[in-house]
Design a protein around this ligand. Structure first.
Ligand SMILES: Cc1cc2nc3c(=O)[nH]c(=O)nc-3n(C[C@H](O)[C@H](O)[C@H](O)COP(=O)(O)O)c2cc1C
Length: 224
């Protein structure tokens, strides 16, 4: 196993990966990543995350079931998602992100089929041989989901530190019942989102622009 890259480099180099090689993440690497993710902080050290990893036949079964659910418009979200709540600069950033992504795929604004195919790539895990399903206990509210966010970022950074990558996917969270049924999860494992992960396809990363960030002035206020 190669040694992890320096922290600042990892933070700045990490990006959402949306094309993976077929190479499987071995158990030793996966356990090292999961062990680092497990170090994430949480309210009162409650560690309210439950992670299911689908790989091999289970991964293929899940992808098929998700695509079928999408065909049949069988949505089941444990946590509602409403894009219309974003206002002002937040709405603008959201729009820029979607446009940048579709431009990179060569999908035009009015190409409904292209947009749908782009969404369906999420359900094929962008070719990744493994996907993590990030769940929280049934009683979870916003503070517990924030803890799970801490976990997810630690997981993604740990992958990046090893030359691997991943992408958080709300899109998978649109099919919570399908995930539970297919993997045989208990009802009280509530699905927040999925994370496809593995070895990045370097051709894809080379030709896909990175997302930008707002300036610190827009996000940070000092009080003295
Ligand atoms: C909670 C969460 C959910 C996301 N859901 C999706 C998704 O469903 N599909 C997708 O392609 N990207 C998804 N993303 C990736 C974001 O679009 C991406 O992180 C953002 O545009 C910033 O780009 P970067 O990760 O490359 O820095 C999600 C990210 C987060 C944190």
């Amino acid at each position: 196993m190669s040694s992890p890259a320096p922290f600042s480099e990892v933070v700045r180099d990490r990006r959402a990966i949306r094309s993976f090689l077929g190479k499987i993440v071995t158990d030793d690497v996966l356990h090292a990543v999961l062990d680092e993710a497990q170090q994430a902080p949480s309210n009162s050290n409650t560690q309210p995350w439950i992670v299911h990893i689908a790989r091999g036949a289970a991964r293929d079964r899940l992808s098929k079931a998700l695509l079928r659910a999408e065909d049949e418009e069988r949505y089941s979200l444990d946590f509602p998602y409403d894009g219309s709540v974003y206002e002002g600069a937040y709405a603008q950033r959201r729009q820029n992100q979607a446009r940048g992504l579709l431009d990179a795929l060569g999908v035009s604004r009015d190409d409904e089929t292209g947009r749908r195919l782009a969404t369906r790539c999420n359900l094929e895990f962008f070719g990744a041989p493994q996907v993590a399903l990030l769940c929280v206990p049934g009683f979870a509210g916003p503070r517990i989901t924030a803890d799970a966010g801490m976990y997810a970022q630690t997981f993604l950074l740990s992958l990046a530190a090893r030359g691997l990558g991943g992408v958080a996917q709300t899109t998978i969270g649109f099919y919570a019942d399908t995930v539970r049924e297919t993997l045989g999860l208990p009802d009280d494992h509530k699905l927040l989102f999925g994370m496809s992960f593995g070895y990045p396809d370097k051709h894809w990363t080379a030709r896909t622009p990175r997302t930008g960030r707002a300036t610190l002035v827009e996000s940070v206020r000092f009080h003295e």
